[in-house]
Ligand binder design. Structure first.
Ligand code: CO
Length: 199
């Protein structure tokens, strides 16, 4: 069996198992999704939102890009965000970074990579803003880990300043933004305690 055929075979087995557990599983999910969470994470294949949080299909709306950035002119992200807030009515938005992020490393390694350098510009800005703190961390890996956390916090703040979120809060919608970091090395999520909700 080819590798792709294996994926399709696995899918048939999975669908069959769902139906065996619950005959209405797909008919119910196909009519409605009511996720409580919007996840904004890195595209890294090792950080799958559903798997690491134990959430099932229908339980988390997901947007992922390289280094989990909130570019405020990113039509993709803004479209996801508006739909999640206005139509799905999610109550929690989780911005999740991860230690050992190749995107974050590429932002600061001083090497020219191409278009991605433009995408990653906000990380270099954050490194510059927090230069005083970062330069005191002698260990390179620890410094990178701290920048990863600072990036998540900055993206939660960036998200909070979007007109979509400001408007939701002004209308009294219950909506919080949270910053988490995932450890590739231990599989654990860490809450950075930088949650934002209606001022
Ligand atoms: Co990454």
């Amino acid at each position: 069996m080819t590798e792709l055929a294996q994926l399709l075979a696995h899918n048939r087995k999975w669908a069959h198992e769902r139906l065996a557990e619950d005959a209405d599983y797909f008919s119910r999910l196909s009519k409605l999704q009511e996720p409580d969470y919007l996840w904004i994470g890195c595209s890294d294949s090792r950080v799958p939102a559903n798997v690491i949080t134990g959430l099932q299909p229908g339980e988390v709306f997901v947007h992922r890009n390289v280094a989990n950035l909130v570019h405020r002119a990113d039509l993709n992200l803004l479209s996801v965000l508006e739909f999640a807030v206005e139509t799905l009515g999610v109550e929690h938005i989780i911005v999740c970074g991860h230690y050992g992020c190749g995107g974050l490393r590429a932002a600061i390694d001083g090497v020219r990579h191409g278009v991605i350098d433009h995408w990653l510009q906000p990380i270099r800005d954050i490194a510059e803003i927090h230069h005083q703190e970062l330069r005191l961390i002698e260990d390179g890996a620890a410094r990178e880990a701290r920048l990863c956390e600072l990036n998540v916090v900055a993206q939660t703040e960036s998200l909070a300043r979007t007109p979509i979120i400001q408007s939701a809060w002004a209308r009294g919608l219950r909506l919080s933004i949270h910053g988490w970091v995932y450890g590739l090395h231990d599989g654990l999520l860490r809450d950075l305690n930088c949650s934002l909700s209606r001022a």
